[in-house]
Design a protein around this ligand. Structure first.
Ligand code: FMN
Length: 193
């Protein structure tokens, strides 16, 4: 068995892409905990994986951002239905580096960059027109110049403590392997399905 779960993740991810059966293998559900003990979850898109962890981008003033400040423990699920695969990650979330956030922001389309300025993610808005007006307003504001990364927008890195790989098998005798971080190494264990 491979002892580096990041390597296993990359192999599964590349196979999911190659299969062309998964519309968006980067889609993952991330669950967070709130200060009052309640929990929440939503889909975000994976942007990068390194030995440090799993990166996505978001709004630093969103509801999830407030959760991450209150409780840095998160859980993530990838479900690749057509391949009968699930990957679960538990870990700690940290903001990504400024370099990551800047580089990723600059790689986005101009409209996506403007959208990051226009949308106060998770805040109530009266109508869709309010959002469209905000977009036109920032479009005019940055006319003829590069769009800088908003201070309220950037990357997060989920640093894994445990990663579980689940693969469907006949008779519900599915394969489950969980890797737990122990100091700087990973311990692997097979779990009953
Ligand atoms: C397919 C899909 C991909 C999404 N990707 C992102 C993403 O990468 N980053 C993000 O902040 N929100 C993304 N969203 C929106 C989130 O699911 C969520 O609605 C938003 O981040 C607000 O969540 P919050 O109020 O819990 O902060 C995506 C939604 C869907 C359905």
């Amino acid at each position: 068995m491979i002892t580096d779960p990041i390597q296993t993740f990359n192999e599964w991810y590349e196979a999911a892409c190659a299969s062309k059966k998964i519309i968006d293998p980067t889609a993952m559900v991330i669950a967070s905990g709130k200060r009052d003990g309640s929990v929440d979850a939503r889909v975000v898109l994976l942007k990068k994986v390194t030995s440090r962890g799993f990166y996505f981008v978001s709004n630093y003033e969103s509801s999830k951002a407030r959760d991450f400040e209150a409780n840095s423990h998160v859980a993530v699920v990838f479900h690749w239905d057509a391949l009968e695969q699930q990957i679960r990650i538990r870990g700690q979330i940290q903001k990504a580096s400024v370099e990551f956030s800047d580089t990723y922001f600059q790689s986005r389309s101009r409209d996506s960059q403007l959208g990051a300025w226009a949308s106060a993610q998770s805040q109530p808005i009266a109508t869709r027109e309010v959002l469209i007006d905000a977009m036109e307003s920032v479009r005019a504001q940055f006319e003829g110049q590069p769009v800088p990364r908003p201070p309220h927008w950037g990357g997060y890195c989920i640093e894994p403590d445990a990663i579980e790989f689940w693969r469907g098998q006949p008779n519900r005798l599915h394969d489950r392997h969980v890797y737990s971080r122990v100091d700087d190494t990973w311990e692997a264990c097979r779990l009953s399905p």
